[in-house]
Every structure is written in structure tokens, then in C-alpha cells.
Design a binder for this molecule. Structure first.
Ligand code: PBG
Length: 329
């Protein structure tokens, strides 16, 4: 309820000095609000820049500890691993996703060996980094087939859990996968592996630079509209989240971030569960390139991140996470 009236009430009074503005602040950021995505590449001793994402790199396994160490020092609670799979390892059914020597598996083992449980590891559950057609699922007669895809996702989940992954994040948007993955994990003694569901994931143009980063851009045939959500809808996001909670999701993600703040807010208000925002690659590229071109100043980064907290997000997946100390200052 808003009470008061000008001239007795002047909201500018509280904004007069910096100390006073600090007292009435409703939201702040700290490193513990962040999840850092990390891109992996094959080979040795490489830290490769990504043209469309200035300041973001792909790391070989033997260079990983450099970035993980930095994340731990900055008190980031978790990293998210994304592989750029060599094209000769991709096929129609994404079988490299089930190879226990794939990049993600090697990275999990390397991180757990060196850093134990000092930092959480989150892995995407989806086939798109591994399929020659760039889709998140299997294809039969030009359709992404739901239930058959889930069978592969279950095996991908079990493999990642076995390697030591802490948080499985299904990002594929197949119906019913959370329940089936939860059941399989519990049956295999992985009751403590968490599931962070990409519950409200929209078919978005803001993923472009990511597909560049993992090398699925050129290969993607068509679009992902038969499984990712229509950006015109919000009630549907509520239904997606409700189902995933019933099926056993511990936390949910809304993705992309900035164009979907309304979705974050309504999910938080309705379900009172941990909600994470994903500030996706396209958002990162827009902001970073605009700063480089001096169209906006770098305070825009802080502003874009606080917006997620204001909307109700508990944490934020962001490519800025490794520089968050400077951004907060
Ligand atoms: C794969 C996946 C995507 C992203 C995260 N996991 C791309 C997609 O669905 O096409 C996008 C992340 C980003 O743009 O930063 N399922």
C-alpha cells in the first residue's frame, strides 16, 4: 500500500546522500549469488577466445584448474560445464554423451581430484553438444522423439553422477524427463545428486553466441520450437515448473534472463522454491559489445545482474561471474 502525499512526502529526501541510499537498498549482489559457466575443448594447454563473447574462453582439461581456482578464490559456489565436441565425434544419436572419456567426464574427474567439494559442479543434461544435427534429442521422421530421448538422458545423467557431478541440469525440455531421471538416480544410490531443471526454457534467439561457443551453430537444422517454449507464453511456464516440482526438481532455471524477469517473479511468488536466472550468451554479448563500443558504460553489467535479484532469483548463471568482485565494487 502506498501512503503519503507531496509535499509532506518527498521520496527524494532518502536519496539525498550516498549513505542514505545505502540504507534503503532493497537488493544487493554477492559472489555467492553466482554460477560460472565454463566451456571445455579438446587438446592440451589451450585457452581459446570466443569471438562473439569477449572475455569468455574455452579451456582444455589441463588448463581448467586455472579458472576453477579463480572461481573458488572469488567464492563462487558452483561452475557449469559445457563441452565443445569435435565434429568427428558427433553423430545422429549423440553417442559421445555416453562416453565415459568425454570432455565433461574428464573435467568432472579433474576438478573433484584437485578441489574436492570446495566448489559445486553442474552439468547440462541434453544431447545438442553431441548430435550432428544440433538438436537436444533424437530424431525420427523429422520429429524430436520424446520418450526415446529420455532413455538416453537417463544414461547421460547416471554417467555424470557416477563421475561426481553434484547438480544435474536437464536443459532439453522433453516432457517427463525430471521424474524419470530422479527415479533412475535414486535406484542407483544417487539420492543426493541434485536436479536443477531448466523448467522454463524458451526457444530464443539469445542463445546464438553459445551455439557458436559449443560449435553447434552451423550444424543446427531448423529450430527448437517443438520442445522449447514460445516466448509469447507465461502461464505455460507455471505449468512446466509445477510438473517439474512434482517430478522431483530441487531447483528451477528460467532462461533466458533479462527478457523474462516477469517469469522469474511469478514462479518465485507461486512456488517458493529456489529459482535461478540464466543470463544467456546473447545477453552477455549485447552488453559486452556495447561496452566495448562505448555505447553504454560498464555499470550496465551490475544493473543487469541486480535486476535478477529484484525479480526474485536466488542465484544467477552468468558469464560475468569470474569477474564479479570487480563488478560489485
Ligand atoms: C543446450 C543449452 C543451450 C544453452 C544452455 N544449454 C543452447 C540451446 O538450448 O540451444 C544456452 C546458453 C546460453 O545461450 O548462454 N541445451
Amino acid at each position: 500500500m502506498i501512503i503519503g502525499k507531496y509535499p509532506n512526502l518527498r521520496l527524494r529526501r532518502n536519496r539525498k546522500y550516498s549513505w542514505s541510499r545505502k540504507l534503503i537498498q532493497e537488493n544487493t549482489l554477492s559472489p555467492s549469488d553466482f554460477i560460472l559457466p565454463i566451456f571445455l575443448i579438446d587438446g592440451s594447454n589451450k585457452k581459446e577466445s570466443i569471438k562473439s563473447m569477449p572475455g569468455v574462453y574455452r579451456y582444455t582439461i589441463n588448463r581448467l584448474s586455472q579458472i576453477i581456482d579463480r572461481a573458488i578464490k572469488k567464492e563462487i559456489p558452483m561452475v557449469a560445464l559445457f563441452p565443445k565436441t569435435k565434429s568427428n565425434l558427433k553423430n545422429e544419436i549423440g553417442s559421445e554423451s555416453l562416453n565415459e572419456n568425454n570432455l565433461v567426464c574428464k573435467a568432472i574427474i579433474e576438478i573433484k581430484k584437485k578441489f574436492k567439494n570446495q566448489i559445486g559442479i553442474m552439468c547440462d543434461v541434453a544431447l545438442d553438444p553431441y548430435t550432428s544435427h544440433g538438436h537436444d534429442g533424437l530424431i525420427k521422421s523429422n520429429q524430436i522423439i520424446n520418450d526415446e530421448t529420455i532413455e538416453v538422458l537417463i544414461n547421460q545423467s547416471l554417467l555424470q553422477a557416477e563421475m561426481g557431478c553434484d547438480v544435474l541440469a536437464p536443459s532439453d525440455m522433453m516432457d517427463g524427463r525430471i521424474g524419470k531421471i530422479r527415479k533412475a538416480l535414486d535406484k542407483s544410490k544417487f539420492q543426493n545428486v541434485q536436479i536443477l531443471s531448466y523448467a522454463a526454457k524458451y526457444a530464443s534467439s539469445f542463445y546464438g553466441p553459445f551455439r557458436d561457443a559449443v560449435g553447434s551453430k552451423g550444424s543446427l537444422k531448423g529450430d527448437k520450437k517443438t520442445y522449447q517454449m514460445d516466448f509469447r507464453n507465461s502461464d505455460e511456464a507455471i505449468r512446466e515448473v509445477a510438473l517439474d516440482i512434482k517430478e522431483g526438481a530441487d531447483m528451477v532455471i528460467v532462461k533466458p534472463g533479462m527478457p523474462y524477469l516477469d517469469i522469474i517473479k511469478s514462479i518465485k511468488e507461486k512456488f517458493k522454491i529456489p529459482v535461478f536466472a540464466y543470463q544467456v550468451s546473447g545477453e552477455y554479448s549485447l552488453i559486452s559489445n556495447a561496452i566495448q563500443k562505448k555505447l553504454i558504460n560498464e555499470d550496465a553489467v551490475f544493473e543487469s545482474l541486480v535486476a535478477f535479484k529484484r525479480a526474485g532469483a536466488n542465484a544467477i548463471v552468468s558469464y560475468y561471474a569470474d569477474r564479479i568482485d570487480k563488478i560489485i565494487k
